[in-house]
Design a protein around this ligand. Structure first.
Ligand SMILES: Cc1cc2nc3c(=O)[nH]c(=O)nc-3n(C[C@H](O)[C@H](O)[C@H](O)COP(=O)(O)OP(=O)(O)OC[C@H]3O[C@@H](n4cnc5c(N)ncnc54)[C@H](O)[C@@H]3O)c2cc1C
Length: 328
């Protein structure tokens, strides 16, 4: 049970693979963690069938994350469902604030807030979410049985999404601005090649979303089969994601040129007591997966444990009533 009067050892921000893995490790070090997260399971939970997480030859991502959560609950880790909107360094520790204005304090932070999916930036895109526009093939594919849909993008997520949609929809277009796909996993590409109802349209972008009260089609940057208009029941946008930098910026974390939080191999950031893990960070280069995020969560937890051990004396002082003076 989350308690605003408890002084937690580690405030873990995120409810994805990196955060649950961190929570489990922190709890096993016999420290007190607490998890905050807006969306249960993060990207793994909506990423579809996972075939590359060791121990599970094939498992739905949502089910895998339920297992992560169950394992954390076994150690009685309190879970607060909701966003953290503010994170501040105090003289001795940190304070985070939820959207509802609740504050929680702790000796250190592990950030696992992942990435925000990119949008096309077209008119009606946000307005028609759930009315033909989607960012999650796994969530919405079943409602497109017998329909004609398009996936926008050319990376692994786009290819994986198109394969899944091909199992429900009558026809799937995969629209990509480049001339060939960008490094999808070969096994996913092979599945795409085997999907007879999926057709790539390369060197093309969507320039307009058509419809009245929801999506009915798109206008392409160049003609396809003699027309620049494509009639569609749905469009799935899978064009990548950017690290969520709001909390890292509030805490003064160093970012690299693509806005990933810079961590060393121990998950340590430039701010003492703040650790980071998973897709938010530069820890595993382009390989951003459930297994890498989980491993980095475990590593960050171990570093938080070492940090707590090094600061054992000041920590005792904090437990007796630490200062609430914010540090710039
Ligand atoms: C379509 C798709 C398919 C994929 N398929 C696979 C696959 O087959 N195999 C594989 O290994 N990987 C796959 N991945 C990648 C994998 O899902 C990610 O690498 C993994 O989810 C990263 O975990 P994470 O904990 O770093 O971040 P995330 O899973 O993104 O979790 C971030 C968490 O932080 C929370 N959050 C964000 N902001 C705040 C805030 N301010 N306060 C509190 N909480 C916040 C979010 O709600 C979320 O719970 C796929 C990804 C996508 C998009």
């Amino acid at each position: 049970m989350a308690d605003q009067n408890t002084h937690y050892d580690v405030l873990i921000i995120g409810q994805g693979a990196s955060s649950y893995s961190a929570a489990m490790y922190v709890a096993r070090y016999q420290m007190k963690p607490i998890i905050f997260g807006a969306i249960f399971g993060g990207e793994t939970a909506t990423g579809g069938v996972i075939e590359n997480y060791p121990g599970y030859p094939e498992i739905d991502g949502f089910e895998l994350m339920l297992k992560f959560r169950e394992q954390a609950e076994k150690y009685n880790v309190p879970i607060v469902d909701g966003n953290i909107v503010k994170a501040a360094k105090l003289v001795d520790g940190f304070e985070v604030t939820t959207e509802e204005g609740e504050t929680y304090r702790g000796a250190s932070i592990i950030l696992g807030v992942g990435r925000e999916r990119r949008t096309l930036g077209l008119d009606h895109e946000t307005e028609w979410m759930g009315r033909g526009v989607s960012y999650c093939a796994t969530c919405d594919a079943p409602i497109h049985r017998g329909n004609t849909v398009a996936v926008v993008g050319g990376g692994d997520s786009a290819v994986k999404g198109a394969v899944l949609l091909g199992k429900y929809a009558k026809r799937v277009y995969i629209i990509y601005r480049q001339g060939s796909f960008t490094r999808p996993e070969p096994i996913n590409l092979a599945q795409l090649d085997a999907s007879s109802n999926v057709e790539p349209i390369f060197n093309t972008q969507i320039v307009e979303l058509l419809g009245d009260d929801g999506l009915t089609g798109v206008v392409l940057s160049q003609e396809h089969n003699g027309s620049s208009k494509l009639t569609l029941d749905g469009v799935f946008i899978e064009i990548g994601a950017d690290p969520r930098v709001d909390l890292p910026n509030q805490l003064g974390l160093d970012l690299n040129d693509v806005n990933e939080v810079i961590v060393d191999k121990a998950g340590t950031t430039n701010i003492e007591g703040v650790f980071a893990a998973g897709d938010l960070t530069d820890a595993s280069g382009d390989l951003k997966q459930t297994i890498t995020a989980s491993a980095q969560g475990a590593i960050a937890a171990t570093s938080a444990y070492a940090y707590a051990s090094e600061h054992a004396n000041s920590y005792e002082t904090q437990a007796m009533g630490y200062s609430l003076v914010e540090v710039d």
